[in-house]
Design a protein around this ligand. Structure first.
Ligand SMILES: [Zn+2]
Length: 152
């Protein structure tokens, strides 16, 4: 037995509990045929946390080419996530658009509204080229750092 969420041709939604093999009932409100709505929300027991918007499909293909029932299910998932975030704002996280996520921003992406850090990331050294400090490299300096390790 399983709980199915069904949608009829005119958009009524309801749930049924029946076996996997039983034929789907027609809509109790209008009598049209029904289809299962794919559901990502577990019913009963431990409820799963709806995924954040970042994990929702972002492409036309990701919505099964706009399959109506699938999109409806997605919308419901998004709504349940919104409700969850209303109750638990800490789940919402940082939704500002990411402006940069490479280099120094790889671990902590630069978001819109963030102050751009000063370019001197090796604080205290005052070097403009902070990549080469020469620790433990002997005399390897400057252009030598790009030379491939060939035996000569
Ligand atoms: Zn109906």
């Amino acid at each position: 037995m399983a709980i199915y969420e069904l949608s009829c041709e005119t958009g009524h939604r309801f749930e049924v509990i029946q076996s996997y093999t039983a034929p789907l009932p027609s809509c109790p409100e209008c009598g049209t045929t029904t289809r299962k709505i794919p559901s990502t929300v577990a019913i009963g027991g431990a409820a799963t946390v709806p995924p954040p918007p970042e994990r929702m499909p972002q492409t036309w293909k990701g919505t099964h080419r706009g399959d109506r029932d699938y999109v409806t299910a997605l919308r419901r998932t998004a709504e349940s996530r919104q409700k969850l975030e209303e109750k638990h704002p800490e789940l919402a996280g940082d939704r500002r658009p990411i402006l940069a996520h490479e280099g120094r921003y790889e671990a902590a992406p630069l978001r819109a509204g963030d102050a751009v850090p000063a370019p001197s990331e090796g604080a205290g050294h005052g070097h403009s080229h902070s990549h080469q400090h020469g620790h433990g490299h002997g005399h390897a300096q400057g252009k030598a750092d790009r030379r491939p390790a060939t035996g000569d």
